[in-house]
Design a protein. Structure first.
Length: 253
């Protein structure tokens, strides 16, 4: 984290230099870079009940589904590589960019045992899992060159490999769980500021928001569960959103 702060300070400090800001630069051409920073992970889980749950009271169904659902949040470091190409025309810079990012984070939360208000001798314990693994994005970019500094916005489509899961157990030996690995996808938008340190090297500070949609999966009975038939069914819907703040160093060919 100290290295990230140092690079950011250098980037912003150099950008603020009036003398450099007056230099003219051509941003056209291919480039490759490395970048790292912080990922804010958000995930909401909702649960729909069916099957044998239809014979249970509404109060029990509401208690179970509300507590099996969750709102998760995690912050963790990221690191990745970038490959892109710019074309400068007049007072604008247009480009395309591909990036691969390793996401080293996730959150597992556990709650319970929680007693059912209408049936206090019955209690449930819950677990929710979100673990984003890695992320790939293809983006278009449009920017305004200010001498050796480029202000830009970007947007496109992103794909994130993630592990999702839930687990529930009761003191009556009801055991259900699901753990799935899925590649989720959705739009990504953001922007940043980039500054040339020389003819071939630049530094950048950027932010992107990626909405990776949601996935639906069902639980399965676990070994040792006393309840297997008739089947109680839980259908889980879980989404994924990423906030990516990064600094990077880039080499232009």
């Amino acid at each position: 984290m100290k290295s990230i702060v140092t690079i950011t300070a250098i980037a912003l400090g150099v950008t603020a230099s009036p003398a450099l800001a007056q230099d003219e630069e051509d941003w056209s051409g291919a480039y490759i870079g490395i970048q790292s920073g912080y990922t804010g992970t958000k995930s909401d889980t909702t649960v729909a009940l069916s099957g044998q749950w239809s014979v249970e009271t509404q109060a029990l169904r509401d208690f179970f589904s509300n507590n099996m659902g969750a709102r998760q949040s995690d912050g963790s470091p990221n690191t990745g590589v970038v490959l892109g190409y710019n074309v400068q025309t007049g007072g604008a810079v247009l480009g395309v960019e591909g990036e691969f990012t390793y996401l080293n984070g996730g959150e597992t939360i556990q709650r319970g045992p929680l007693a059912v208000p209408t049936f206090p001798t019955l209690s449930y314990s819950y677990m929710n899992i979100i673990e984003p693994k890695h992320h790939f994005a293809l983006k278009a970019k449009a920017g305004v060159p200010l001498g050796r500094t480029l202000l830009y916005v970007d947007g496109g489509w992103a794909w994130t490999k993630a592990r999702l899961g839930v687990n529930v157990q009761s003191n009556g030996n009801y055991r259900k769980a699901a753990l799935v690995d899925r590649t989720m996808d959705g739009f990504i938008v953001g922007g940043g500021i980039e500054h040339r340190l020389g003819n071939n090297v630049s530094v950048r500070l950027s932010y992107q928001y990626a909405d990776q949609g949601d996935e639906t999966y069902t639980t399965a009975y676990q070994p040792g569960s006393s309840f297997t038939t008739p089947a109680y069914t839980e259908t889980v819907t879980q989404d994924l959103r990423l906030h990516l703040v990064r600094v990077g160093v880039y080499y232009r060919f």
